[in-house]
Design a binder for this molecule. Structure first.
Ligand code: PRP
Length: 207
């Protein structure tokens, strides 16, 4: 039996589609279910559904052998897991954004983000002193309401920025989802994991 931690939300459907392309027989009601643990006995697989930021925690602690996690999450926190495959799904990028011609506040502009570590190291590398404000979502709100001068956030279609009158200022990193594995699981269940990597590799788009 292999346990896979899946991120609930927008990555989930793309990940399920990829697994199905790799000929894993997942039940049709897989996407509709509200269950947090889904067993697929015919494939000897168990799926657990977690928040994207928590997927890595489940894998690191070994309660999930594998996980699907965004590169954004991997960049934000250093964790004891192996990243074994770029699934090339859920493509987006991390960017700095703000109001067009937005005035920057004093010596240390305030930057709101869900990714405090990524943002800190980015601005440190730029030699820019900033004050980081950690938020958990709806980051685009911060400059509109005067909480921050800029934001560091995920841009996918760019719609959220546009509809809130914000503009992208700098591109920080390209993001896709990755297959991650617990180091002990990788030793113990290498045959099954290698097989999965092979099957997925065959169906991953290379654009
Ligand atoms: C993400 C991200 C942006 C949005 C970008 O938010 O934080 O807000 O998607 O997508 P777009 O460029 O296609 O508009 P998410 O929906 O994950 O919710 P959040 O507010 O909880 O971060």
């Amino acid at each position: 039996m292999i346990t896979i931690a899946m991120p609930k939300g927008r990555i989930f459907e793309e990940a399920v589609e990829l697994l199905r392309k790799a000929e894993y027989r997942l039940p049709p009601e897989f996407e509709e279910s509200r269950k947090l643990i889904i067993d697929v006995p015919e494939e000897e697989m168990r799926f657990i559904l977690a928040k994207p930021m928590d997927v890595v925690t489940y894998v690191e602690h070994g309660v999930a052998d594998l996980g699907i996690a965004g590169k954004d999450v991997m960049l934000e926190e250093e964790r004891d897991v192996y990243e074994i495959l770029d699934l090339k799904i859920s493509k987006c990028h991390l960017a700095v954004a703000g109001l067009p011609n937005g005035k920057v506040n004093g010596v240390a502009p305030r930057v709101a983000t869900k990714y405090p570590n990524v943002a800190s190291s980015y601005f440190r590398e730029q030699g820019e002193q900033v004050e980081i404000i950690k938020l958990n979502g709806s980051i685009e709100l911060a400059p509109l309401i005067g909480l921050a001068d800029r934001i560091v956030d995920i841009v996918s279609t760019g719609r959220t920025l546009k509809e809130n009158g914000l503009v992208e200022l700098e591109r920080i990193a390209e993001i896709t989802s990755r297959l991650i594995v617990n180091p002990v699981s990788y030793r113990m269940k290498d045959t099954k994991i290698d097989e999965m990597m092979e099957r997925l590799s065959r169906v991953i788009g290379d654009e």
